[in-house]
Ligand binder design. Structure first.
Ligand SMILES: C[S@@+](CC[C@H](N)C(=O)[O-])C[C@H]1O[C@@H](n2cnc3c(N)ncnc32)[C@H](O)[C@@H]1O
Length: 189
């Protein structure tokens, strides 16, 4: 158990094996309904880069992560692509994007940190910018492998994002079990 689960070589290798059959293609298909091809897109928490490979087919995507272990691999595997070392909470970059995407990243933030992240996302987006984020669906939170898993519901997401984003879609989908996940798509107000 470690709060550095995504940051050590051994745990990153374990995560890559565990997640090898998972990808965000169903989320990205939803995003495609709202964000035009060729748009600039920031991915938060690119991890092994599975979704990054799909996103780059349609978008001018910049990947990011707060784990230097993942960033090192992302850069090795995608030498021509751009990656930033970003924490989802602070998103310390001057760059601006048409969209921001994350898949099962923001559940690692407390609601207070998620509020900070949302304010930064507003700054990092161009006018009418689009967000697409996935969460584990449920109530409360727990610690799994030393990491916070902060569950969200349709209502909690509306409360957190609704002041800053027009909610275009909140929909349950299946990752491992029936309706265990939620996708949120919003447009900057
Ligand atoms: C479930 S994985 C995402 C997998 C990714 N969607 C893919 O396609 O492979 C979660 C990722 O979020 C990153 N992460 C977790 N907390 C973060 C934070 N506060 N800021 C930035 N990245 C974070 C982890 O390092 C990990 O790479």
């Amino acid at each position: 158990m470690s709060e550095h689960y995504y940051k050590t070589k051994a745990s990153v290798e374990e995560y890559i094996k565990l997640a090898k059959d998972v990808n965000g293609s169903q989320l990205i298909a939803k995003l495609n309904n709202y964000l035009l091809p060729g748009a600039s897109l920031l991915e938060i928490g690119s991890g092994p880069g599975t979704d990054f490979q799909i996103l780059r087919q349609d978008y001018s995507v910049v990947g990011s992560d707060y784990s230097t272990e993942f960033l090192k691999r992302l850069m090795q595997n995608n030498p021509k692509a751009e990656f930033l070392n970003l924490d989802a909470i602070t998103l310390e970059t001057d760059k601006k994007f048409d969209g921001i995407y994350s898949n099962k990243v923001l559940q690692h933030l407390t609601n207070e940190d998620l509020k900070r992240s949302i304010l930064r996302q507003v700054d990092v987006l161009h006018d009418n910018g689009i967000i697409c984020h996935s969460f584990w669906k449920g109530e409360g939170d727990e610690i799994f492998k030393g990491l916070l898993v902060n569950y969200q519901t349709n209502e909690s997401l509306r409360l957190l994002f609704g002041n800053y984003f027009e909610i275009l879609l909140i929909e349950a989908y299946n990752e491992f079990e029936d309706g265990d996940s939620l996708v949120l798509i919003g447009k900057k107000k």
